[in-house]
Design a protein. Structure first.
Length: 205
């Protein structure tokens, strides 16, 4: 999907605060233990290489690599890729979006809170692009802000969206994914959390 004005503004906003973001959130100690367990168990189930989509400062890419998996991190914010490459020189990082991966194939794609800034129409296209670069039976692990209704809110960096469980599962099924696992959590220090593991098992739209 071409980068539109809203996406360009989001990239610019992350660029301006990339170092701050990396310092505060770009390390495993800033993540939740249940999330680390989920990413670890999902990674171990993936047959083939993994793409960390919207990898930010690269800590999840490094975590997956530490588990012995082949993984690449991509992000449209070049400053994030600079930070990630400097901190984790052994890992593979590239500036890019899922559209840049056409022609490649992955056994698994991690989109951990990296699609939260997509409008509903943009989300549908992003998921189609993700579907297209997954191998048959490949899986997507998606992290998102869970809400009772589909609505935008003022995220600290750029406008983001709350997704009801029914909305995101329906969009995934519409694209051609089969839901394997779904969880949600309400921590006192964070917005409501949702995560889904979905497999490519059907013909995409």
């Amino acid at each position: 999907m071409p980068i539109n004005e809203a996406h360009a503004q989001t990239i610019s906003a992350y660029s301006e605060r990339a170092q701050e973001y990396a310092t505060v959130l770009g390390h495993l100690t800033a993540t939740k233990e249940p999330d680390r367990r989920l990413v670890s168990s999902w990674s171990s189930s993936v047959a083939g290489s993994i793409l960390d989509l919207g990898c930010g400062p690269g800590h999840w890419t490094n975590f997956i690599a530490s588990l012995g998996r082949s993984v690449k991190g991509i992000d449209p914010t070049s400053r994030f890729i600079e930070i990630a490459s400097e901190k984790y020189p052994r890992e593979q990082f590239e500036v890019g979006t899922i559209a840049d991966e056409r022609g490649n194939e992955y056994g698994g794609i991690l989109a951990w809170y990296s699609l939260i800034h997509c409008s509903p129409d943009e989300l549908l296209q992003e998921l189609k692009d993700i579907w297209s670069v997954l191998s048959e039976g490949g899986t997507l692990l998606l992290g998102y802000f869970r809400g009772s209704s589909l609505e935008a809110f003022n995220h600290a960096i750029a406008p983001a969206w709350y997704w009801p469980d029914s909305f995101i599962t329906e969009v995934l099924k519409q694209v051609g994914f089969h839901i394997l696992y779904q969880e949600h959590r309400a921590d006192l220090d964070a917005r409501p959390h949702g995560a889904i593991v979905a497999a490519k098992t059907e013909t995409s739209l």
